[in-house]
Design a protein around this ligand. Structure first.
Ligand code: SAM
Length: 237
């Protein structure tokens, strides 16, 4: 993960370096913490970190970032899909027959302030807590599918979207990173993120308005994956 972080940092003009002196990072789905180690090395030591890895009982790795006795680093072992309050729901709105009813959490994760569920929870938390103008870095899959086109178009309405597929790591897989800078997290578009994802644009509209940009974004991601696939041992024969 640290090699991927270095690639991302170089490809995006410093996405891990915070703009403000003692910046703050919210790392959702943290474990094992390679990105945090990279971010610590690239920022002022007073960097504030709030991180949410899964509990060990749910299969999380140990966090590799030394954090004992560092009060600027707060690590909470939590399943981020269970933050009912952050998702705008009261406990009484969650059906008692829901199998995870007891695990939903009331309190927002910041007092101060199945994959689609994880992705949606991550985006809601990120947009809720990111300072306007901040940077959001996220791992996504399959830039070529319809849902991803809609998501990238929606994100470009309230941020400067760049994508990068690292050559290190398992480049033959479909993952890529979105680095969204200058995120207007308090904008109307960000607020209606969920609604936009539910209804979605018409395909003709998206192709007309966002098609050329999507092709530009997707080209390097697809080339990197295609090159790695051409060398993949499981495709040699
Ligand atoms: C690709 S790894 C993240 C690597 C990490 N960014 C790093 O820098 O080392 C994805 C992580 O998300 C965690 N995860 C998956 N579902 C989660 C959830 N619901 N809540 C919190 N973490 C979750 C997994 O346990 C896994 O450690």
């Amino acid at each position: 993960m640290q090699r991927i972080a270095t690639e991302l940092q170089n490809a995006t003009g410093g996405c891990f370096t915070t703009k403000t002196k003692s910046g703050a990072i919210l790392d959702i789905c943290t474990a094992p913490g390679g990105f945090l180690v990279a971010a610590m090395a690239l920022n002022d030591p007073s960097l504030r970190i709030r991180a949410c890895p899964l509990p060990f009982s749910q299969g999380s790795y140990k966090i590799i970032l030394p954090h004992e006795n560092n009060h600027a680093i707060q690590i909470s072992y939590l399943d981020i899909t269970m933050f009912a309050e952050d998702m705008g729901m009261g406990l009484n709105e969650i059906s008692a027959s829901h199998p995870d009813h007891r695990q939903f959490m009331h309190a927002p994760i910041y007092h101060e302030g199945e994959s689609i569920r994880l992705q949606t929870s991550s985006f809601v938390l990120a947009l809720e807590h990111l300072r306007p103008g901040g940077t959001l870095i996220t791992l996504l899959h399959k830039i070529e599918v319809w849902g991803m086109a809609c998501l990238l178009q929606t994100m470009s309405m309230f941020s400067e979207v760049r994508v990068h597929k690292p050559k290190s790591g398992r480049a033959n897989r479909s993952f890529f990173y979105v680095v969204a800078k200058n995120v207007q997290s308090a904008s109307r578009e960000a607020e209606v993120y969920q609604a936009a994802r539910e209804s979605g644009p018409q395909s003709e509209e998206l192709v007309a308005e966002f098609g050329p940009r999507l092709v530009k974004l997707g080209r390097s991601v697809c080339f990197t994956q295609a090159n790695a696939l051409a060398k993949a041992p499981f495709l040699r024969n």
